[in-house]
Design a protein around this ligand. Sequence first.
Ligand SMILES: [Zn+2]
Length: 360
Amino acid sequence: MKIVDHPEPRLEGDTDVLVEMLDVGVCGTDREIARFEYGSPPPGSPYLVIGHESLARVLDVGRAVTRVRPGDLVVTMVRRPCGHPECRACSRDRQDFCFTGDFTERGIKGRHGFMTERVVDDQRFMHVVPGQLREVGVLVEPLTIAEKALIQVWDVQERLPWTAAGVAAGSGHGEKAVVLGAGPVGLLGALALLVRGFETWVYSLEPSDDPKARWVEAVGARFVSAASTTLAQMAEEIGSIDLIYEATGAAGVAFRALDVLGVNGVFVFTGVPGRKGPIELDAGALMRRLVLENQLVFGTVNAGADAFLAAIDDLARFHARWPQQLRALITRRYPPDTAPALLSGASSDIKAVVSFAEAG
Ligand SMILES: [Zn+2]
């Protein structure tokens, strides 16, 4: 991993947009790529520019661009279609559901990412972020994980007429939700659940006097420490759990949590576990509960345009309701030349952001 002299991108097509990067978030996927465990450079390139969580400002636009203007703040989507005409998902701009696996992802798979001063992309992959979200707009991309999950939760919970009653379509709504894990994806997910009226618990490894636990309590959710409370003890206190939103990537705790999912409950997997040994599972008991309790388990990978738009709307909602806590998720901004150390070292940040703006 090194800082390379990457060629300056320029406008080529009529619908191209040139942006200057402001903030690029760093996540576990970036660290895996930096360890060469994941990701691939573009064909013919000896390196990959990483970075897929971004906030940028538009500098210049092609002559047919209508969606953005110079000066706008934008977040650029990550995944690009596979290009196979037979892929029903990609041919409908839903590459997040790509069938072939030949999709590309900026900063991850086969395309350069955003950890560079300037980026060009087609306007259809960019979404405008309101100016008041300048400080927190880089959280849009990690928030799309929860947004896409909740769009799908709504789709399935429409089967329960009392849950759906009186709630606007497209915004999943239920009673009691548990978030597994207090990383950025989990904490942003907790906010998304809270604004939809879920009573929300966050179950995570940190002790109950950890700053993350205090953050959870400050936004109106409840923190339960896995260090002192078992899943069964938590479930006994909560009652029937309608939704479990997994954001740990740890298969063991996730499957143990399936044991405490309530009647008619939905379990969402969002984490990608590392390669670890097999875990033991009582498949018969699990199958019995799934059937007799109408339970649903699904996995989801971000994200389509609908989830990006929902994330921008929700981020504005979070910003109005919890300005301090939202800003606190970005624990520190780093200059670009510290990125290699940031990617390879241990981190105590909730969300670390590489800031191109501050470097001037
Ligand atoms: Zn496809």
